[in-house]
Design a protein around this ligand. Structure first.
Ligand code: FAD
Length: 589
């Protein structure tokens, strides 16, 4: 297995997206200029390459152990190597890097979490889910918790001494959280929670002494449905170190991420404390979910990258058949490396050109989140918030659907070897599959885009993005050096405009039309966004001589010629509407 952190490409993206004059100029981040940031990310890269990558297969094969009769109740044992590994990662300062310094964090921008997060995930996705979810928990407590909760819980979460989880799902509700049955009753200064949560990642494990659960539950006077949900902090251990009544009832056996514990969690008069306002739990939880959704999209990108690197290494060594071009044939061998064959290049270029564009889009979105939270100008904050809200479902869904496709296409490069356990591709394919499901399935992301984000503030989110793309086109329409990017971007914008109009008209008359076209519309808008990223990369790289710039122009040209045309298909599919699927009776399926 091979992995080299894509440091050069991450650096490239910070310059191309003008990090220094945007995030770098915010007072709070003045210590995090691009060089300092990249030097920290470089250290994370070394640590992961040297110590984490090798644990990925070990974790997958060894898996987890559920011990029902542990000293204080059921226990979950992680793979043997994980304890030392967690200590190393914790000591590196990775866990709380973006948390405020007053709670012991590094005070770095959120963008850092995306840069170093990609490296961690590629190295061992299942392991890094723990620190990743903990980051979301910290952010929620920071934004919505009382001062007392912050003082009590943040320092140890930030240092990594404790870990946090997110407990939403119950047997009868996944997508539809309005169906939650877990209850919370006020008793003295706290609440008592009763119910069962399922599929809780890192709900129980042996990496930290304490686990801080954020749990959705309903108060006795809660209105029905989604509006009646509140959020509670439920620690595994109470202040006097005694065990709180929240226990793991079992582990799932899964297709992938075998070393990430997916737990049933039973709450039996467990003590909890309210986070945020009563009945406003979903609002608080969304803070955690948006953060988490972007990071799940990042999982798709990270897995694409490591899958690509392994496929490339194989393609440069495996010899099969002759190149049809005599001059390209290896005279010392009876066959050529498969990388000479156009169809192998097609697969590699599909993965490479989408991965690099998705990375740029994800970093751009992370930078907007930093601007939305910390820029002094309210107008900048508002427009950055709009962009991040629009892109969150796109990054989550498109980058994970493509991530799965990219892992599959990379596996295909290895032929039969890819299907065997001798190579890591089969594990990547199994591991990445969950990203299309959790944090809200990709179908639900599409509904969020079409049902909420397109209509929010009278359509302002998309209109502003369209304006940004149009402005780029106007400024560069006469730049012949990047003409091969400008024309496709113009076409992409036209398709998006036409399909949005269709959606508005036909979705308004009949909402099922909008729902039937939502996933296709998400793919359409995603492909336009990636085309825009490639056009910006081309603008930045054209005329520069270093290899990375020449490489970008070539890779981007492949994208606009061979990947971007999928956009026309999605636009047609959007405008085909609902009838062919909705006219079937259930019995006809
Ligand atoms: C490995 C793993 C880890 C997880 N970790 C966590 C965790 O840490 N915390 C946590 O709370 N949960 C966790 N989950 C749960 C996860 O978030 C849910 O599985 C997910 O949100 C989907 O819910 P569901 O499985 O109940 O599917 P359902 O809601 O039953 O949906 C089934 C299908 O119907 C579709 N569907 C449902 N409603 C609609 C609709 N209105 N329109 C169109 N399509 C619809 C869905 O897209 C999906 O394809 C985890 C799950 C797994 C497998």
């Amino acid at each position: 297995m091979s992995y080299k952190s894509p440091i050069e490409d991450l650096k490239y993206n910070l310059s191309m997206l003008d990090y220094s004059n945007t995030i770098g100029s915010i007072e709070r981040f003045k210590e995090y200029d691009a060089d300092t940031l990249m030097s920290a990310v470089g250290e994370i890269g070394k640590l992961n390459e040297q110590e984490v990558v090798e644990t990925n297969k070990i974790g997958d094969r060894e898996g987890l152990k559920f011990v029902p009769d542990g000293a204080e109740g059921p226990e979950v044992h992680t793979p043997e190597v994980y304890k030392k590994l967690y200590k190393t990662v914790r000591d590196s300062g990775y866990v709380g890097a973006t948390m405020p310094t007053e709670f012991g964090g590094g005070g770095a921008p959120f963008t850092t979490a995306i840069l170093s997060g990609e490296i961690g995930i590629a190295s061992n996705m299942a392991f890094y889910m723990g620190p990743g979810l903990s980051h979301g928990a910290m952010k929620t407590i920071l934004k919505k918790g009382s001062d007392e909760l912050k003082q009590k819980y943040l320092p140890k979460l930030v240092s990594g001494e404790w870990m946090g989880t997110m407990c939403l799902t119950e047997p009868q509700c996944g997508t539809d959280l309005g169906l939650i049955k877990t209850t919370a009753n006020p008793i003295d200064d706290h609440y008592e929670l009763n119910g069962q949560k399922i599929w809780i990642s890192f709900g129980e494990h042996d990496l930290t002494e304490n686990i801080i659960h954020l749990v959705l539950a309903k108060l006795p006077d809660a209105p029905d449905g989604i509006k009646g949900i509140s959020l509670f902090l439920v620690p595994k251990r109470l202040e006097d170190n005694s065990r709180n009544q929240i226990f793991c009832g079992g582990l799932e056996h899964k297709l992938g991420i075998n070393s990430s514990p997916t737990c049933v969690m039973n709450l039996d008069n467990a003590k909890g404390w309210l986070v945020g306002d009563k009945h406003k739990g979903m609002e608080a939880m969304f803070l955690m979910m948006n953060d988490a959704r972007l990071k799940v999209g990042l999982q798709g990108i990270a897995m694409s990258e490591i899958a690509y690197q392994n496929a490339l290494e194989f393609a440069k060594e495996r010899k099969q058949m002759r190149s049809v071009v005599k001059e390209k044939q290896d005279k010392d061998s009876k066959a050529d490396n498969i990388i000479v064959h156009p169809d192998v290049r097609r697969m590699l270029m599909n993965v490479k050109s989408t991965t690099e564009a998705m990375r740029a889009l994800c970093i751009y979105t992370a930078m907007k989140i930093d601007l939305a939270e910390d820029h002094p100008d309210e107008k900048v904050r508002e427009s950055a918030e709009d962009f991040a809200a629009l892109m969150t479902p796109i990054v989550k869904a498109y980058c994970t659907d493509r991530g799965f496709q990219n892992c599959s296409e990379s596996l295909q490069v290895l032929g039969g070897s890819g299907f065997t356990q001798e190579y890591p591709l089969e594990q990547y394919l199994r591991d990445v599959r969950i990203t299309q499901i959790y944090e809200g399935t990709n179908g639900i992301q599409a509904l969020d885009l079409v049902g909420r984000k397109l209509t929010m503030h009278k359509g302002r989110l998309l209109q502003n993005f369209q304006k940004e793309v149009q402005q780029f086109l106007s400024e560069n329409k006469d730049d012949d050096d990047i003409k091969q990017f400008i024309v496709p971007l113009q076409n992409a914008l036209k398709e998006v405009t036409a399909s949005t109009m269709w959606l508005m008209q036909n979705g308004m008359q009949d909402p099922e039309n909008a729902l039937a076209s939502a996933s296709d519309y998400l793919n359409l808008l995603a492909l336009m966004s990636l085309t825009y990223m490639w056009a910006r990369m081309a603008k930045y790289s054209v005329g520069k001589n270093e290899p990375i710039h020449k490489n970008k122009i070539k890779t981007g040209t492949y994208f606009v010629e061979k990947v971007m045309p999928e956009l026309v298909m999605y636009s047609q599919k959007v405008q085909a509407g609902k009838s062919s699927m909705m006219e079937m009776d259930v019995a006809e399926f």
